[in-house]
Design a protein around this ligand. Sequence first.
Ligand code: NAD
Ligand code: UDP
Length: 338
Amino acid sequence: MAHAPRHDPVDQNRFIYTPEIHSDHRVLVTGGAGFLGSHLCEALLARGRDVLCVDNFFTGRKANIAHLLGDSRFELLRHDVTHPLFAEVDRIYNLACPASPIHYQYNPVKTIKTSVVGAIHMLGLAKRVKARILQASTSEVYGSPAVHPQPESYWGNVNPVGIRSCYDEGKRAAECLFMDYHRQNRVDVRIVRIFNTYGPRMLPNDGRVVSNFIVQALKGAPLTIYGDGSQTRSFCYVDDLVEAMIRMMDQDEIIGPVNIGNPGEFTILELAEQVRELVGTRTEIRFEPLPSDDPLQRKPDIALAERHLGWTPRIPLREGLVKTIAYFDDLLRTGASG
Ligand code: NAD
Ligand code: UDP
């Protein structure tokens, strides 16, 4: 028996359909061998859930989840979400999609297929087995924002035909699909918009700014700043992010979209200076051309997450960088980057 539809507290013109959840125990994580996915699998196991990790290992690595393989509640399946999947689960976290610009631009057609076709397959599965499903959306849906900081009510400023569009528009279409499956088929959805998140298990060659700077600084190589370094980003440590995702999944009040990120805002030049200081190097900074459509500023308005999830990020940039530097330092020393 489903609960009667009720008004969404965030938008009174919208209804929320909440089926009665029979169980929350068996959890599917797509993209579970990736950076965020592997931390999420770990956190779910620690909360006593059974976890099915699905990944095609495009940017994910077995090394990220190798330590979980001995746990009888953890299962790993090599699978590409652009193909249908059937699995008896209660909850689905949909994270499958390369997230770094160099990886999502490597095969842009595949990237948008992963977001759109992958969402259709996972939503179809959620509908069939009556699972609650959470979409890992992104601050990229705001594009190069004309509103600052960005609240969820802002519709964004996205180039539909640029080199970042395969990712941005794929994620926007996925949000649309989530809301339409919710309205049309009463699928129990959740959407989080994740702002730049960093931490251990990012790939050393990932191309994102935090991992690039740390690896460059540890190797004594020049830090590559694209543009003049005045563009801003807000960086969230992975543990804070995972906590917010689980809270979003486990509450019945709102379906989203909800911004998740750390509102501390830094220029890329400030980030470079902090990394140099924490690594203890004076390696030079090299300025390179700014890639096209690179957003000039980004900072989440997290009022909704604070109000409805009781969540606020705890780990400041400096503390998170220290942990991440220790991870990459170890990785580079032991050569265990495979
Ligand atoms: P990641 O690249 O480490 O993880 C993505 C995972 O998805 C990888 O394990 C990859 O192998 C897998 N994958 C890719 N295509 C797939 C496919 N077709 N089928 C099955 N698996 C596939 O990136 P991440 O930073 O962990 O990001 C995870 C999710 O969070 C992504 O959806 C990303 O868009 C979203 N996100 C991340 C950030 C961030 O700052 N880390 C910000 C916004 C949104
Ligand atoms: N960036 C940089 N040097 C690098 C990698 C990235 O200056 O070696 C810049 C990039 O141009 C962008 C910001 O850092 O302005 C964040 O880039 P990232 O790829 O981490 O995330 P996104 O652009 O998707 O927010």
